[in-house]
Design a protein. Sequence first.
Length: 105
Amino acid sequence: MAAIYALGGRGDATAIPALEALLKSDDLSIEMVPMIKGQIARLKKPAGGKASGGYGDGDAGEESSERSDGERVTTEQRLEKLERLLQEMSERLKSIEKRLPPPKQ
């Protein structure tokens, strides 16, 4: 996480491809994706514009109020998808449990 902040904090747009490549990684935690996107957005802003830290600046548990609506929607969509998948898995598990023979005692 420190490296991601360092890349975004440098203000050097040449770090954008490295951050975008990191986004394609399958082993990211759910908190890291919006943080990386925030750093990319920070680097893409014009130099004269106000440099915001994007998602994740400040305390680790504090969400930035400067996150874009697009990021918020994406996070909400991901959460809804996870909830649907959890429900589907729960239903599948119940179906499998019904087909199992009763436990032997």
